[in-house]
Design a binder for this molecule. Structure first.
Ligand SMILES: [Zn+2]
Length: 240
């Protein structure tokens, strides 16, 4: 099951069920790491590089047109819209090279590296502000002699990291037709992909179950049918 990152061949149902079965017992962020590991290539060095891999797998599995739902922060309206994952991927630069960076801010020169997936796991805590502070502290090459970074410097550092690795924090611009509110809805490709994989795996299991009951075929026999034949047999099975 080795594939290259640029391979956009859709996953067949057998491969999708395999992926679902391996991802099901995992917790976050191990599940995201499994998705990213589906493509060949050098180890990912930043959070954005990992998300680019997951986004590529998402496109292979779901195609580019993805329906999403969210609630308007202004009026609470439940909004449904379709996003284009291909356009999202095309707008992103390639993953940054693993290297140190520097930021001159508030009279200090901050030397830092970009957060890696392992930093997200290590900094994990329910409080968002705590999480960001712990994450940035892990990535800062600082002896602490000048004291802890004040919030404005932390904010500037977070902003620079996001600019250097934009795939780490993806979002879609949304307009609410009910109240004209405009905002950026965060998009986590791994959680979106997992919800897509779950629903397609559940549908595949239902198909196998229905055809096994009706015709006595086993899972391998059902999955070997072309999508057209499977749909035709399902219609026959439903009609009696
Ligand atoms: Zn609204």
């Amino acid at each position: 099951m080795t594939r290259v990152a640029s391979d956009m061949t859709p996953l067949d149902d057998r491969a999708l069920l395999d992926l679902w079965e391996r991802a099901l017992p995992l917790r976050w962020p191990a599940r995201e790491a499994l998705f990213a590991a589906q493509a060949d290539g050098p180890a990912v060095s930043t959070v954005g590089a990992q998300r680019l891999r997951v986004l590529a797998l998402h496109r292979r599995i779901s195609g580019d047109a993805l329906p999403l739902r969210c609630n308007c922060p202004g009026c609470g309206e439940d909004l449904g819209f379709e996003v284009d994952l291909g356009a999202l991927a095309a707008a992103l630069p390639p993953p940054p090279a693993p290297q140190d960076h520097a930021l001159d801010v508030g009279g200090r020169t901050l030397r830092f590296r970009l957060p890696a997936p392992a930093d997200i796991a290590a900094a994990d805590t329910p409080d968002v502000d705590d999480f960001v502070a712990r994450l940035l502290a892990r990535c800062l090459h600082d002896d602490g002699a000048a004291g802890p970074l004040p919030p404005p410097l932390l904010g500037a550092l977070a902003e620079r990291m996001e600019a250097l690795d934009p795939a780490a924090a993806l979002s879609f611009a949304v307009d609410c037709p009910a109240c004209a509110c405009q905002w950026d809805a965060a998009f986590d490709p791994a959680r979106s992909l997992w919800s897509f994989v779950q629903s397609r795996a559940e549908q595949t299991l239902l198909d196998v179950d229905a055809l096994a009951r009706r015709y006595g075929w086993n899972e391998a026999e059902v999955l070997a049918l072309s999508p057209t034949r499977r749909r035709a047999y399902l219609q026959l099975a439903e009609s009696g």
